[in-house]
Design a protein around this ligand. Structure first.
Ligand code: G1P
Length: 290
């Protein structure tokens, strides 16, 4: 399965992070020295994605700036012979024409955000990556999904990444039911968005990485509302699963819910501890608190 395009829904208001997100998009909060959105874009590029589609909203212009060429900065760095910094910027620079930005004009839910990208994606399978969730692993979460699909000989199909969460947390996620195994994947036996503990089909939550077929856009176009009064991607996927193969995939690695303060702080520590230039100093600093 060749996936060329990825959608990044980045229109969310980030109310859980106020006042940090009053004037700055939550996707620009940094985990060490890379904005959350850059970490997730890195993951998509590692998986071979060629075109990045951002579904933005008001006050999100700086995300577009982040993926543009910073001429003034380049000029200044060049003038000061800061070659390492120049290299760093150039390495992350998406190729001209490989990004698209469209706006979700109203906060109507994740399903609606994905639907807003329908014309840019067109009639081909695509990935969705939620920038709230960081998957820390090599190979990346999305790459693992594609590799597992290839190994299992899966052609036209839909796949969601899942992970185990405590039963008392299932109400915060989309939750899947587990059917027959297929290689490292399994057939989905139902899906429900933010179920009560008693209604959850398992403790496997959908973890913000999706591979979807374009027919989902027709289902999303009906704009049906689900949990929280929002147009839910999970509900549209459930309808897709009636007519198309749908699989779950338990990825390797740890995920960080950077939409929550504790997950965001944990991600910062985990990513910093991976860095040769930060590890020792941070360990010393943390020792004082432990
Ligand atoms: C969204 C999805 C949900 C998924 C979650 C992962 O919910 O609707 O199915 O489990 O992301 O973070 P949200 O966190 O936007 O409420």
């Amino acid at each position: 399965m060749k996936i060329r395009k990825a959608i990044f829904p980045v229109a969310g208001l980030g109310t859980r992070f106020l006042p940090a997100t009053k004037a700055m998009p939550k996707e620009m909060l940094t985990v060490v020295d890379r904005p959350l959105i850059q970490h997730v874009v890195d993951e998509a590029l590692e998986a071979g994605i060629e075109h990045l589609v951002f579904v933005t909203g008001r006050n999100k212009g700086v995300i577009e700036d982040h993926f543009d060429r910073p001429y003034e900065l380049e000029d200044t760095l060049k003038g000061r012979a800061k070659l390492k910094e120049m290299e760093l910027l150039l390495r992350d620079q998406p190729e001209a024409g490989s990004t698209s930005f469209t706006r979700q004009q109203q906060p109507l839910g994740l399903g609606h955000a994905v639907w807003c990208a329908r014309d840019i994606v067109g009639d081909e399978p695509f990935a969705v990556l939620l920038p709230d969730v960081l998957v820390k692993h090599k190979p990346s979460g999305l790459k693992q999904m594609l590799d597992a699909a290839a190994a299992a000989g899966i052609g036209k199909a839909n796949i969601v990444a899942v992970e185990e969460v405590p039963m008392e947390s299932v109400h915060m996620y989309g939750v899947v039911g587990v059917g027959k195994p297929k290689g490292d994947l399994f057939e989905l036996a139902g899906m429900v968005e933010k179920p009560k503990r008693e209604q959850a089909p398992s403790n496997l939550s959908i973890t913000g990485r999706y591979i979807l077929q374009p027919e989902i856009f027709e289902i999303l176009a009906t704009q049906e509302r689900g949990a929280g009064g929002e147009i839910q991607l999970t509900d549209a996927m459930l309808r897709m699963a009636e007519g198309q193969p749908f699989y779950g995939f338990k990825f390797k690695g740890k995920s960080y819910d950077c939409g929550s303060k504790s997950g965001f702080l944990a991600a910062n520590i985990a990513y910093a501890m991976d860095r040769d230039d930060l590890r020792d100093g941070l360990r010393e600093e943390m020792r004082q608190y432990l």
